[in-house]
Design a protein around this ligand. Structure first.
Ligand code: ARG
Length: 456
């Protein structure tokens, strides 16, 4: 492609470090779409004759067919997807193919291709996130009354419902989808026509190509157009946050499926056995979702590091933008699918969860609240009184509800038998009716609202 200036070809190791075709062939469809839009515009603007433009468009369509059919011979000597496509086009069309690259450069070309790929992938991820949210909200509606322990510091804190717990992830995923949508909105400007870095002297119409490729408008600065990859960074950042949410949920599935917790069971379809310990049922898929988060976060840190010292405009360092993004977004897609599968698969054990919910004096706050409400005690004092009652129960080795009324009255004489009612876990969750609280009625309302919003 630059034979005019060069007498000999590249050293073998130069080709090895320079070629990106092994991974950027993923951009073939986007590359050809960009070229089709570009050549159509060139023809309309009178930069290229119609007959040549038609031949080029026909040739590009043939190349696309060859790539789709798997008959295209990719060449490392041709470095990247852009030159692989153009070289094949020249073989099909002849010298007219050389007119395609008028008023553009690989710098704006790769920026367009990559934006299109990230945009399509964001759209698919947003749909997948909605699918996981639907699965969770459906489950939450079923389990709106199912009491489980709520934790802080992984210590029993207060009873919550399983439905409420699942809806917490629906909220997180809702923000994750929002971050992807925001990234998409900013990404959706077309760099094509920025050419190498300075724009072009040809009378191109960038609005035409932008519209043809589904962009909202052309990018406003040619240097910025070819030099920045913040659209990829934003997508990776949204992906890393989503993966982090999935990882926390995966960690909970790992905990919950242990015999010690026993809160949920995964079927054989989502469990693996051990080659030596016959009793084992391992939650490998959940562990892998947790583990793969490292790759997604790693890709974000990797690209931030690639970009941080680059002067404007394009530098070849930026070819390193692709593999991490491809891997991270595909990994996230796989993790979303696996989590959706697990949410649909898992069977909660209501009895185990309820028993655990009552353990660890989880309704101590309810007793303190009763003292505040009934005896008009200041909360700090109620907290202290309840603390002494908990200490007493702990000494006796029993739950709060197993203490005798006289024992409670030994600590605070004004306590009546009514207080026992609030010690039941069902009663506790039912009472948490504040907006966003765990009361089953709230959970049912929120789950239904989400399902409606998600179009389920
Ligand atoms: N393969 C290159 C990349 O991915 C395409 C752009 C090459 N531009 C250049 N001036 N060498 O970044």
């Amino acid at each position: 492609m630059w034979g005019g200036r060069f007498a000999v070809g590249p050293a073998e190791i130069m080709e090895e470090i320079n070629a990106s075709i092994d991974f950027d062939r993923k951009l073939a469809a986007q590359d050809i779409a960009g070229s089709l839009a570009h050549v159509a515009m060139l023809a309309r603007q009178g930069v290229v004759e119609k007959a040549d433009a038609d031949a080029i468009a026909k040739g590009l369509t043939q190349v696309k067919g060859e790539i789709e059919a798997g008959t295209f011979a990719f060449s490392r000597a041709l470095e990247d997807i852009h030159m692989n496509v153009e070289s094949r086009l020249a073989a099909i069309v002849g010298p007219a193919a050389g007119r395609l690259h008028t008023a553009r450069s690989r710098n704006d070309q790769v920026a367009v291709d990559f934006r299109l790929w990230v945009r399509d992938t964001i759209d698919a991820l947003v749909l997948q996130i909605a699918g996981l949210q639907r699965a969770l909200a459906t489950r939450a509606l079923d389990c709106a009354d199912m009491v489980m322990p709520g934790f802080t510091h992984l210590q029993s804190a207060q009873p919550v419902t399983f439905g409420h717990h699942l809806l917490a992830y629906v909220e997180m995923l809702g923000r994750d989808a929002g971050r992807f949508r925001d990234a998409r909105a900013r990404l959706n400007e077309c760099p094509l026509g920025a050419a190498a870095l300075a724009g072009t002297s040809f009378p191109i119409d960038r609005a035409q190509t932008a519209a043809a490729l589904g962009f909202d408008r052309p990018t406003a600065n040619s240097l910025d157009s070819v030099a920045d990859r913040d659209f990829a960074l934003e997508a990776l950042s949204a992906a890393a946050i989503t993966a982090t949410h999935l990882s926390r949920f995966a960690e909970e599935i790992v905990l919950w499926t242990t015999p010690q917790f026993g809160f949920v069971r995964l079927s054989d379809a989502f469990s693996t056995g051990s080659s030596i310990m016959p009793q084992k049922r391992n939650p490998d898929a959940a562990e892998l979702v947790r583990g793969k988060t490292g790759r997604v976060t790693g890709a974000l840190v990797g690209l931030l590091t690639v970009m941080k010292g680059l002067p404007l405009a394009y530098s070849k360092d930026m070819q390193e933008d692709k593999e991490g993004v491809f891997d991270a977004l595909q990994t996230l897609s796989l993790c979303l699918a696996a989590m959706t599968g697990m949410v649909n698969d898992l069977t909660p054990d209501a009895k185990r969860m309820k028993a655990a919910a009552g353990a660890g004096y989880a309704t101590a706050t309810d007793l303190a609240d009763w003292l505040v409400r009934t005896l008009k005690m200041p909360f700090r004092e109620a907290h202290h009184v309840t603390g002494r009652i908990v200490a007493l129960a702990s000494e006796r080795g029993v739950g709060l509800e197993k203490l005798k009324l006289e024992e409670l009255q030994g600590v605070e004489p004004r306590i009546t038998a009514d207080a026992f009612a609030v010690l039941r876990v069902e009663k506790s969750v039912k009472s948490r009716t504040s907006y966003g609280g765990t009361a089953p009625a709230n959970v049912r309302r929120q789950a239904k609202a989400w399902l409606k919003k998600l179009g389920a």
